[in-house]
Structures are given as C-alpha cells and as structure tokens.
Design a protein around this ligand. Structure first.
Ligand SMILES: Cc1ncc(COP(=O)(O)O)c(C=O)c1O
Length: 421
C-alpha cells in the first residue's frame, strides 16, 4: 500500500472548498437516520427475540448457562469456563481463585475499568499501576520491568479497545520472574494472537458481555481457566451449587451448599442473548474491520494520523469505537478545534479520556488496603493516549458512500489544517 495517496483510493482529489465550520457545505450528507441505523449498538434481531420468548415460554432458564459455557469453551478453546453475572464478578472470582497471601501485589494497567484494579482488594492484594505503551494503548512491559517488587505475584494485561497485548513477551517475562499471568479480555471478543484467543493466554482470563461490549448480553460475564484448581475455586466462590458437582478430591467439594459467600451466576436471559450474539460474532467483527480498513487506510495517509500498532501475528477486533492517534503538539492545532471542524462537516467524532485508576480516591486511602498502593507521579503513556486520540464510530453495515464521505471530510479539513491552529 506504500506510496498510495488519498486520491488513489477512489474518493477523488482532496477537496479544498470552504470548511463547514467557516460557512461552507458539509462533506457528510448521508442521511442521519441511516447513519444512526448503521452505527447502532448493541444490535438485536429476530433470533435474540425468539430465544428470549422461547425461554419465557419453556421455563428451562438454567439450562442456558451450561449451554452457553459449552459454546464459549468451543469457540475460545479454553480448558474451563464459568458463567458470571458480569465481568466484575468474574474478576472478583478470579482474584479469589488465586489464593495469594495477603499483601501480594498484582500488576494492572491504570488505563482500565475499576474492577481490574479494585476487586483484588477483598483478598488483601494490592495493585501496582502499570503504564500503557503510547503506540498501542496496551500494557507497557518496559514499565512493568521497572516496577517489579519482591511482593509482585501476578500481572493482568488488558486488551484495550480490542487490541491484544503482547502476550508472548509478557508471558516470557512473567515466567522468568515467577509471576502468574491473568487477562482482562473485556474488550476483546473474537481477538486472538498467534491463533490463540485472548483470555486463553493467561492462567485465568475474563470477559464482560455488558451492553457496550463486542458480544453484548446487556449484563454478563465469563471466567476462563487453564487448570481445574483455578476453575473450581473461582466457580465455587459465586455458585453454591457447584462444589458438589466437583470430584470428591477437589479442595472445594466440601463447601457444598454454601460455596464461598457470593451468588454470581449469569442471568439466564443474558445467557440466551449471549448464545445468539456468539453465532454472529465473527461475521460482525469481519464487517466492522472491513469498514475500519476502508476508512483508516486512506486516513492514515494524511499527515500525522496513525492507528494503534497491531502486530502481524495479532488479530485485533474493534470495541466501542475506531481509535485514531494524532500528536496534536506536532500537528500544531488543538484537538478541540479539529473536533469542532469535523463535527461541522457532519463527522460523528468524539474522544474519551479513560479515567486513570491511580488518580481515583480509593487508591489513595490506606484504610481500604493491606498496604497502600504506590501512586505513580506520572503515567506518560496514559496521558499521551488520552490527549492524542479521537474516536470515529464503528459501522455495522455496508456503507461505502458513508465511508467515502468521512474520508472526504478529513481531506477537506486537512487541506485547511493551518486554519485550525
Ligand atoms: C476493561 C474492563 N474490565 C472489566 C469490566 C467489567 O465488566 P462488567 O461491566 O461486565 O462488570 C469492564 C466493563 O466495562 C471493562 O471495560
């Protein structure tokens, strides 16, 4: 593809007429109702409606749970799978299953949802906040190397926005240091690396099926385990019916009727939704990727626009939005001016700064922790990504004209970019 210009993609020569923000005509004229239909998420159809109605009629609610677990296990090739009420409860059960001595430290990104960092608190574990790599927005192994302590026991990469962390390098380092690798794959439904699904690289991994996620059951989650021991402990934490199902020699078998104090099973209606969504997951991911490529291939030819770097052996998916990176300092105009100009052209552009966990109140108060987490003075990777990204919508249908108009809007704004300064 090297050497191609924007015009080579068949969208015509860069337009230089007046920007819409300065009173010119909008580049995106595609009907708003059609854009709303193409970008709507989640998307449920007749299959989901039928599955829910069938369940309400036949009352076989709880059969959905093992059926979903089996299908997810077949899809991901995980050794063991357990349904959960959500991703947060899957993380809590995972930290329970670890069974680490109180005071153990676990490396987590600060650029993540609270549950990755906080759920460990119930078991006396303490987070070590790791930065993200500004080229990928995922776990920065170099920062982890710097922050290793004598109390570090585990590491939890999170596959931000569907882009796999470098699990081969992370796993190799963790092995060398005697650390357990876990995964927060809540953004990565269908993603894989070297042919291995995310969530199966670590000793344990979790997914969320919350409404915004790539395989939404509105609320829902799952835990994935490489060993019987982890599986049985995690399952027994939140399902009082499970211990008795495990072999007599299982250390949790005797906790029949109680488990370990939580009731975390997935809602059966959510499992019914998840089963239907799983059937379409790969096709949806492919369609979204096709549209992202049609948009990003020309856009990344424009000065200063890049995508989070994805290695050739990583199969990424796109969760929530199409993230583009641009170094606003180098470009010489502020993000707000760009967003205003693109919005005026009719582009649904946004940005969202991930709340950095290490800056939130609960981590600064010693009373919640075995020992106080270390709060890093700065996290340049988080700061860079938060300040230098924009989000474009994901498109869940065939819409080459809409993609072309978006590209034209960018070309037009780029032709006038000196006016944005
Ligand atoms: C990275 C990450 N981990 C975990 C979770 C927790 O999932 P849930 O909302 O299903 O509890 C989320 C949800 O937003 C998430 O984004």
């Amino acid at each position: 593809m090297a050497g191609l210009t924007v015009a080579d993609y068949g969208f015509g020569a860069p337009k230089t007429e007046t920007l819409a923000v300065a009173g010119g005509e909008k580049a995106v004229t595609y009907p708003n109702d059609q854009i709303a239909a193409l970008t709507k998420w989640p998307r449920y159809g007749d299959a989901e409606k039928k599955a829910l109605c069938d369940l309400l009629d036949n009352n076989k609610f709880y059969e959905e749970l093992p059926a979903f677990e089996k299908e997810w296990k077949d899809y991901t090739q995980a050794a063991f799978v357990k349904n959960h009420i959500n991703g947060t409860s899957a993380l809590t059960s995972m930290y329970f299953a670890l069974d680490l001595p109180a005071g153990s430290e676990i490396m987590v990104p600060s650029y993540t949802f609270f549950a990755t960092c906080l759920a460990m608190r119930f078991f006396g574990c303490v987070p070590i906040f790791i930065d993200i790599n500004p080229k990928t927005a995922t776990f920065d192994l170099e920062d982890a190397r710097r922050k290793l302590t004598s109390r570090t026991r585990a590491v939890v990469p999170m596959h931000s926005w569907g882009l796999p962390c470098e699990m081969d390098r992370i796993s190799e380092w963790a092995k060398e240091k005697g650390l357990i690798v876990l995964e927060d794959a809540a953004h990565a439904h269908g993603a894989s690396m070297q042919g291995k699904k995310m969530g199966t690289w670590g000793a344990m991994g979790i997914y969320s099926f919350q409404a915004s996620k790539g395989m939404p059951s509105i609320e829902g989650g799952v835990g994935m385990y490489q060993t019987r021991e982890y599986f049985e402990r995690a399952a027994a934490f939140g399902e009082y019916n499970d211990p008795v199902k495990f072999p007599k020699d299982s250390p949790v078998h005797a906790y029949e009727g109680t488990g370990f104090g939580q009731k975390y099973r997935m809602h059966p209606l959510a499992a019914a939704l998840a089963r239907q969504q799983l059937k379409g997951l790969d096709a949806t991911n492919q369609l979204v990727e096709k549209n992202v490529r049609a948009m990003n291939d020309p856009l990344t030819k424009l000065a200063g626009i890049t995508e989070p770097h994805c290695r050739a052996d990583q199969k990424r998916v796109y969760y929530y939005r199409n993230m583009l990176l641009m170094d606003f300092k180098k470009l010489g105009f502020p993000r707000d001016a760009l967003v205003k100009a693109l919005k005026a052209e009719g582009v649904d552009v946004s940005f969202w700064d991930y709340p950095e966990q290490h800056k939130l109140k609960i981590y600064s108060e010693a009373k919640w922790w075995n020992h106080p987490p270390t709060i890093p003075a700065s996290m340049p990777g988080n700061a860079y990504i938060n300040a230098n990204h924009i989000f474009l919508p994901l498109i869940y249908g065939d819409a080459p004209d809409l993609v072309a108009q978006y590209v034209q809007a960018f070309e037009k704004v780029w032709a006038h970019r000196s006016e944005l300064a």
